[in-house]
Design a protein around this ligand. Structure first.
Ligand SMILES: [Zn+2]
Ligand SMILES: [Zn+2]
Length: 349
């Protein structure tokens, strides 16, 4: 079968590899779509970061080389022994987290914080291939009304949904989102799904603003508008109930800390690749707080799939599909240059 294999910095090959074989407690999935994530770009251009060059991962036993891809959907073609409630032909999406089940975060249900966490597609052969084999506890079945294209977006939309819920918001809340990339868009959809109507998205790029506006969002251009003044005006000087940083740059964090209300959180859902000069005095004086967020659990997957089944997610204008042979030039290079938003790979082409 064909697969995108990671061999290290700037080295990904599209090549023929043996098809994986199913084992007990696992299922074999014929991949339909696999999304390219910012993490994949980091591994390719700046890595290896999460992928281990030599030491096998404690839960998967695998190190480099590895087949990329942790955001995917597909159809089950074979089930291993002991798997009773999944069947050949089931349309599924994958929650790609390996977790130990015994560390403190795992025992408390927060297995997204597992001390030994591993990703299918970084620490084990992933979904940028015609077939992949996963443990049955990673599988979520898709309702008939959810397409396999949407199914490949459940993973990033669950990252965003988990972040949205950590803002402790309800349908009366106001929110501010910094960054209209795929995660910012996902936070907007999640907040809408939670019933919020007062949401502004702060984004300097005109094309990204246009994309999220066409989904129905209200935007602010921080290069031309005074975000703090506008937010103060809209909230009677009280500030928003939650701010979300999906941009990961200093001006966004600084602005967010000016705009969030007293005793309310800034949710950080960005990858900060360097320290920021953050004015923490803005936290102290108003008892504001910064809350990190990583990944998701099955609850977030179920909530996103449920919203998708009700037609909540519109992918027009920000999601496109490319063939596996185009991963590097049509995918990684275009995404790195900021020319595309979300790219799904079809491994059969
Ligand atoms: Zn990802
Ligand atoms: Zn654990």
């Amino acid at each position: 079968m064909r697969a995108a294999v990671y061999y290290g910095n700037n080295k990904v090959e599209i090549e023929d590899v043996p098809e994986p074989t199913v084992s007990a407690g696992h299922v074999k999935v014929r991949v339909s779509r696999n999304g390219i994530c910012g993490t994949d770009l980091h591994e390719y251009f700046d890595g290896p970061i999460f992928i281990s060059p030599e030491a096998p991962h404690p839960l998967t036993g695998q190190a480099m080389p590895v087949i990329l891809g942790h955001e995917f959907s597909g159809t089950i073609t074979e089930v291993g022994s002991g798997v009773t409630n999944l069947h050949e032909g089931d349309r599924v999406t994958i929650e790609p987290l390996y977790r130990c089940g015994t560390c403190r975060p795992c025992r408390s249900g927060h297995y997204n914080l597992c001390n030994s966490i591993g990703f299918h597609g970084l620490m084990a052969d992933g979904g940028m291939a015609e077939y992949t084999v996963v443990p049955e506890n990673m599988i979520h079945r898709l309702p008939d009304s959810v397409s396999l294209e949407d199914g490949a977006l459940v993973e990033p939309m669950s990252v965003a949904y988990h972040a949205a819920t950590l803002g402790e918001v309800n349908d009366q809340s106001s929110a501010l989102i910094f960054g209209a990339g795929p995660i910012g868009i996902g936070v907007w959809f999640a907040l809408r799904g939670l019933g919020l109507t007062e949401i502004d998205v702060v984004e300097p790029s005109p094309t990204r603003r246009a994309a999220i506006e066409s989904l129905g969002a209200r935007t602010l251009d921080p290069t031309a508008e005074d975000v703090s003044a506008i937010v103060a005006d809209r909230t009677n000087g009280e500030g928003v109930d939650a701010a979300y940083d999906a941009a990961g740059v200093a001006p966004a964090v600084q602005s967010a800390l000016e705009c969030v209300g007293e005793r309310r959180p800034l949710i950080s859902v960005a990858i900060y690749d360097r320290p920021l000069p953050t004015p923490l005095i803005n936290l102290v004086l108003r008892e504001r707080r910064i809350q990190g967020t990583i990944c998701y659990t099955g609850d977030d997957y179920r909530a996103v799939i449920d919203l998708m089944a009700r037609g909540h997610y519109n992918t027009i204008g920000w999601v496109e599909t490319i063939p596996l042979s185009g991963v590097l030039d049509e995918g990684f290079a275009q995404l790195r240059a900021g020319h595309k938003m979300k790219v799904l790979v079809d491994p059969t082409t």
